[in-house]
Design a protein around this ligand. Structure first.
Ligand SMILES: Cc1cc2nc3c(=O)[nH]c(=O)nc-3n(C[C@H](O)[C@H](O)[C@H](O)COP(=O)(O)OP(=O)(O)OC[C@H]3O[C@@H](n4cnc5c(N)ncnc54)[C@H](O)[C@@H]3O)c2cc1C
Length: 430
């Protein structure tokens, strides 16, 4: 069976090139019975399968492509707490009580990732170095101060750092205003985390299959019957964890988010003197620019940067060119270093900017819309879904469970993001 991570033409992924072996190597070609069927082999599905299997539940996971094919194998690897939006925004959207439960459930998500990595001895380069949300100007620092206060109010162990510390942490003259430091956050090899979750779930007894897209899901004798091209699974409950990559029979989940692309570029390994003089303590950074940029260094001393957009067709040259100008502005010490890898991936954005746990039918859950932050949330949601299925008690589930939501004007909004970012990158000074 091929073991690949297809990309748009011309793309190459650092994560694919440096991945550990994929533990899943079979396609569903039989008829199986399970307590729970999980659809989708990203963090949400894998964490669900792992935590279900750990509690003795029989679980089958079907992945349409390969493990980590979606956002989980393509992301920037910043293991951050919470969600993009401030705690106050979450409370406004969900109501005071539900919002507080939501905020608290995701407040320590990096700790769950860290715990899983330790417990299952995962080989995924987790660097427990902390991350910094850096201000690119003085006005942005004001909004970060407000965000930091809100995070501290819910008990998050974050702190403001001053301009001098931000400059020292980043080794960038641009990041000289300060930022929010989260010492509990981390960086990770995202695809290896996905593959490690798959291995751990299998060791606990979960049955995982790839190249096994579900094509149909029907109710039959009080159970759900999912069919693939060559097999079928009958289960009492189903977790459709296909999120922004939903395809085939899970297409309706796709419509609950607006597709927005993010691309990344990774340099060749930096020479020792350059590597020592850039993000020297290896924090993960992301900034406050409208064209948000993240930066980190991996274990091989590559600088990896991300920003908005898809590397497709003629857009690729424009976007990569902008990234080079941006890098030279932020980190002139890397001027002239070649990009070795360039790839992109899709995130599911919601109008409220808050993720949704949807109930498509009795016993069929579909989390979606992580808005670009899913390493911690996917891991946490998988764990909570597993607990809720085992206990049968939804009162302890810390997220609102909603009906399927269809985002409006999806294509136009996706086009607006795509061409808006392209125009900014084409015309932008850097
Ligand atoms: C470029 C990029 C950068 C990002 N950076 C970060 C970051 O630094 N930090 C962070 O926390 N988050 C980041 N994210 C977000 C994060 O990657 C996602 O939120 C997370 O991976 C979502 O995980 P998931 O398991 O819910 O979905 P996915 O990982 O997308 O998995 C869904 C899976 O379902 C499968 N599937 C679809 N249809 C079917 C079907 N019919 N049958 C069977 N399987 C099916 C797909 O093939 C896919 O593998 C980033 C995302 C991208 C794209």
């Amino acid at each position: 069976m091929p073991d690949y991570l297809p990309q748009d033409s011309g793309e190459s992924s650092l994560w694919s090139a440096t991945a550990i072996a994929n533990p899943v190597n079979r396609q569903l070609q039989q008829s199986l019975q399970a307590d729970v069927l999980v659809v989708g082999g990203g963090y949400t599905g894998l964490s669900s399968a792992l935590h279900l299997a750990e509690q003795g539940v029989s679980v089958v996971l079907l992945e349409a492509n390969s493990i980590g094919f979606g956002g989980s194998g393509r992301n920037a690897g910043l293991v951050n707490a919470g969600v993009w939006q401030n705690p106050d925004h979450v409370r406004r959207e969900l109501g005071a009580e539900a919002g507080e439960r939501f905020n608290l459930a995701l407040r320590d998500s990096p700790a769950l990732v860290s715990d899983l990595v330790d417990r299952f001895r995962m080989d995924c380069d987790l660097q427990r170095v902390g991350t910094v949300n850096v201000a690119h100007n003085a006005a942005a620092l004001k909004s970060l101060e407000d965000r930091c206060r809100q995070l501290q109010e819910i008990g998050a162990a974050v702190e403001m750092i001053d301009g001098e510390t931000a400059r020292e942490i980043s080794a960038s003259q641009v990041y000289r205003h300060g930022g929010i430091h989260d010492p509990g956050a981390a960086t990770i090899h995202p695809l290896n985390y996905a593959r490690s979750l798959a291995r751990a779930a299998m060791e606990l007894g979960a049955q995982l299959f790839q190249e096994s897209a579900i094509e149909g899901l029907v109710r039959q004798n009080d159970r759900w019957l999912a069919t693939t091209a060559h097999g079928e699974v009958s289960a009492e409950q189903v977790i459709i964890a296909t999120n922004a990559y939903a395809d085939g029979n899970s297409q309706q989940v796709r419509e609950s988010t607006v597709p927005v692309f993010i691309f990344q570029c990774a340099t060749r390994p930096l020479q020792d003197d350059v590597a020592a003089n850039i993000i020297p303590r290896r924090h993960g950074l992301w900034d406050t620019q409208l064209m948000l940029t993240s930066s980190r260094i991996d274990r091989d001393r590559r600088l990896i940067m991300s920003s908005a957009g898809r590397l497709q067709g003629f857009r690729r040259a424009i976007r990569v060119n902008w990234m080079t100008r941006s890098r030279d502005w932020l980190f002139p010490q890397t001027r002239g270093v070649e990009w070795e890898y360039q790839w992109s991936g899709q995130v599911g954005v919601t109008g409220s900017k808050i993720l949704r746990i949807q109930l498509l039918a009795p016993g069929v859950f579909a989390p979606a819309g992580y808005n670009g932050r899913g390493i911690g949330p996917g891991s946490v949601i998988g764990k909570h879904l597993a607990q809720t299925i085992v206990s049968g008690n939804r009162n302890d589930f810390p997220f609102p469970i909603e009906a399927l939501y269809r985002e409006k004007w999806r294509s136009s909004r996706a086009g607006y993001y795509s061409y808006g970012t392209l125009a900014m990158q084409l015309l932008g000074r850097r």
